[in-house]
Design a protein around this ligand. Sequence first.
Ligand code: 5GP
Length: 275
Amino acid sequence: MKQKDLLYTGKAKSVFRTDVKGRLIVEFRDDITAFDGGKKDNLKNKGSYNAEASAFIFQFLAKNGVKTHFIQMLDPRRMLVRELSMIPLEVIVRNVAAGSIVRNYPFKEGTKLNPPVIVIDYKDDSRHDPMLNDDLIVALKLATPKELAAIKKAALKINALLVKLMAAQGITLVDFKIEFGRAGKTIYLGDEISMDSMRLWDKKTGESLDKDVYRFDKGDVMATYNRVVKRITTTASQKKERAGTTGTSKTKPATATKPKAAVRKPVKKSPGKKR
Ligand code: 5GP
């Protein structure tokens, strides 16, 4: 498998053609941005942390019957994927009110949303990703009603699986954003699921374990990402094994980011979508 021309470059990932039809390479770069690109940095190892988390989650979802574009990791930051024709929708699933839903609607941060709330935005930076509704999605021919139903069903299934996965690691899955694409008539989960695209809170301390650490200068972003990847990718059986070999069931205590957010600070108001 040879990497060929650059096909697309986004804010944090680059996509390359390969010498094999229907296969692309996604490279997770060390760039990190927030607030529509208003805040930008390059943080060492960020790409590989997000790639590792994404790869783990894609494999976990695939084992549970979700069709994803993931094929394999080629190295710590390059992922081989199935080529998809991406649908320009940002499908956001929310279990707890936080972020833009608190800025734009009268929700109190931390309010549980049960059943989960799905919000779908139009992926278009120049328009600041405006929120869509079903009628607009169909009128804009972004998806057929049948596809939209399948996308929502898949989003809720992914949410249920990830809520459980995170809960097992003492993490609340507050919300996350996913994207889908087509290969022939089949819809696959594409893009990434990482600390950049999820909002994660430590169940005990309320501490942010995701890009909010960067957005709102809550601490050492890369130390947080590193710690979260380890936490997410260590399965229960590995934990037991470790406890067995060390003769203790204690896991290493968190060192990096101070558990600041047990009492969550209100987020500054900003117009429209600013991530
Ligand atoms: P919010 O609407 O509250 O800003 O974001 C909701 C969730 O979707 C958060 O977990 C956020 O990280 C994720 N999200 C929303 N838009 C984007 C985006 O354009 N890129 C990425 N990576 N994640 C997004």
